[in-house]
Write a protein that binds this ligand. Structure first.
Ligand SMILES: Nc1ncnc2c1ncn2[C@@H]1O[C@H](COP(=O)(O)OP(=O)(O)O)[C@@H](O)[C@H]1O
Ligand SMILES: [Mg+2]
Length: 323
């Protein structure tokens, strides 16, 4: 059963619009085969130059959504519109080179995402050569040096290998590589979760600055609500493959309506909130989440209700109410 949702009105300024996106994986062996609904009719949009955070616990479908938009994964149904183009029609089988240039992904694992046999120069210039502007392609090494500077590394890094870099430096190289393609949209999938706490803020600030300076739109995937509040203009909360609540980050996380968002927030340490971890209260919240969503094998139909139009705050509520 798919939830009914109010369709968001298409806006000319949308960098990305996802509508009713669904994806099911079949997992397990011959005797234990079962289906996992990784995405269940998800709607999401990102304006030009906007940073939207996608938050939710592990397994909620965040990476699957990002991977579908990057065309690394094929959804069963739904629409993905990038800059007005209906991608699942125009990029039917796999993403074209042009599309891969426009939509760049930064992955979680900075150790796995850079090929160890290539120097940083190769990593960045290749992106410039494949996707960069004619001007940038005239001198890819110079452009690569410029890009490293942009991400806070100097030109001496061009001649180094990934193993000579720290996790934070590698993630900066991954971002430079993405920028080399001059993308309209960056999909950053937990870009800081494998980094030392001390360098995370630097990467978040870098993403924020890039958006300010270049107007690139960013989908920031994270399980860390505090960083979503820090970086993202708007936040969308996912649970079990569904988008359950969204809105401007400060409004949404300041006054969450969905019990799942409340549960997530209650796990974030907050000096302003009194009271310590309360297992009884948390068990209550879990039951409330189940009541809103229905059992996993038979989820309840939901509708998007506007909580506050000014802050674009909405929540997915059961169609038949919460009696
Ligand atoms: N390639 C895959 N094959 C089978 N199951 C998958 C695959 N990718 C994701 N899943 C399943 O889909 C669900 C959503 O996963 P994912 O999108 O990675 O969540 P998140 O990024 O929020 O942690 C999970 O149950 C996960 O096990
Ligand atoms: Mg993930």
């Amino acid at each position: 059963m798919s939830p009914t949702t109010e369709k968001t009105t298409p806006t000319a300024e949308s960098a990305l619009r996802v509508e009713g996106l669904s994806k099911t994986f079949t997992v397990g062996g011959m005797l234990s085969r079962r289906k996992v609904r990784a995405l269940d009719s998800v709607d999401l949009d990102i304006g030009t130059g906007e940073i939207v955070a996608l938050v939710g616990e592990s397994g909620s479908g965040k990476s699957t959504l990002a991977r579908c938009v990057a065309r690394l994964e094929a959804p069963e149904s739904g629409r993905i519109v990038v800059d007005g183009e209906d991608v699942l029609r125009t990029e039917r089988r796999r993403a074209s080179r042009a599309y891969r240039g426009r939509v760049q992904m930064v992955f979680q694992d900075p150790f796995g995402s850079l090929n160890p046999v290539h120097r940083i120069e190769y990593v960045v210039t290749r992106s410039v050569e494949l996707h960069g502007s004619p001007e940038a392609r005239r001198d890819p090494r110079a452009r690569a040096a410029e890009l490293l500077e942009t991400v806070g590394l100097d030109a001496s890094y061009l001649d180094r290998f990934p193993h000579e870099l720290s996790g934070g430096q590698r993630q900066r190289v991954s971002i430079a590589r993405a920028l080399g393609a001059e993308p309209q949209l960056i999909l950053a999938d937990e870009p800081t979760s494998m980094l030392d706490v001390s360098v995370r803020i630097g990467i978040l600030n870098l993403l924020g600055r890039l958006r300010d300076e270049t107007g690139v739109s960013i989908l920031y995937v994270t399980h860390d609500l505090a960083s979503a509040r820090y970086l993202a203009d708007r936040t969308v909360v996912m649970y079990r493959g569904r988008a359950v609540e969204g809105g401007e980050s400060l409004a949404l996380l300041g006054d969450p309506v969905h019990p799942y968002t409340q549960l997530l927030l209650s796990a974030v340490p907050d000096p302003e909130r009194s009271g310590s971890y309360d297992p009884v209260r948390r068990a209550e919240m879990r039951r409330e989440v189940e009541r809103w969503l229905g059992p996993e094998h038979a989820p309840r139909a939901v509708v998007r209700r506007t909580v506050d139009a000014t802050s674009q705050h909405w929540v997915a509520e059961p169609v038949d109410g919460l009696a």
